[in-house]
Design a binder for this molecule. Sequence first.
Ligand code: NAI
Length: 258
Amino acid sequence: MGTYVVTGAASGIGRASADRLRADGHRVIGVDLRDTDVTADLSTDDGRRAAIDAVIAEAGVRLDGAVMAAGLGPAKGRERLIVDVNVLGVTELLDGLRPALAASGNAKVVVLGSNSTTTTPMVPRRAVRRLVDGDLDGAVRQIRRRAGISGPVAYAASKIAVTRWCRIRAVTDDWAGAGIRLNVLAPGPVLTPLLQAQLESSTGSQVRSFPMPIREFGTPGQLAEWITMLLSPAANSTVGSVIVVDGGTDALIRPRDW
Ligand code: NAI
């Protein structure tokens, strides 16, 4: 049985994944703002550092995998918070935990991306490049120029950046070369508190009319099944992949982009 860290373990997809891993007999170290093993605010430098230290102290020198599910949904006025949590809450944590993951020799990491990465219009490419390069101030300045849609743009930019970060690192000596399989799961709408907040917001009608051939939201339990598989030996050959689980939206919108 393995030892796994799950961020965002107090709610939604992270919670379902932690429950599923525990039910399978694994040890799970949850990280969240509340209601789990390690309480830490991943939007701040101090919080991220404290989370890394606490996870290493709990796990010892070796971690078998990580599920990076802490995240914030689109909301106007919190562009900076979105990129802090959705980008640095993943990249800095994974950099800090990498030695413990490498010590396992066959670790698996699943990062929660999003199908907003391919379905959101007007995401400034330069903002994404800046996020990948760690210039969050510059990125947020550009995102805020998209007046009226800066919330969804910040969210999509954060998820594109974190996906790119994963794909760039996944194939390197430090990651694949150290036996760590780093992959991204890109869901469409999944019925969690994050989606519920969007449905109840002023953009709720847009969320409801989002084009989705299957016409039903995903569930946290379905995503937990995918995550469990991406942490299992079934994923030994899966490296730097983006697995889209979105009810068909991506195929509907860009059927020939392959
Ligand atoms: P959720 O809101 O149910 O859970 C997210 C968790 O992240 C919460 O427990 C929250 O406390 C934690 N979190 C937020 N800010 C934090 C911070 N500063 N420090 C520590 N923890 C923090 O959301 P859900 O839906 O389970 O989302 C999980 C991941 O999946 C997110 O990265 C989200 O962007 C992604 N996703 C969700 C989709 C959906 O429709 N629900 C669709 C596509 C991607």
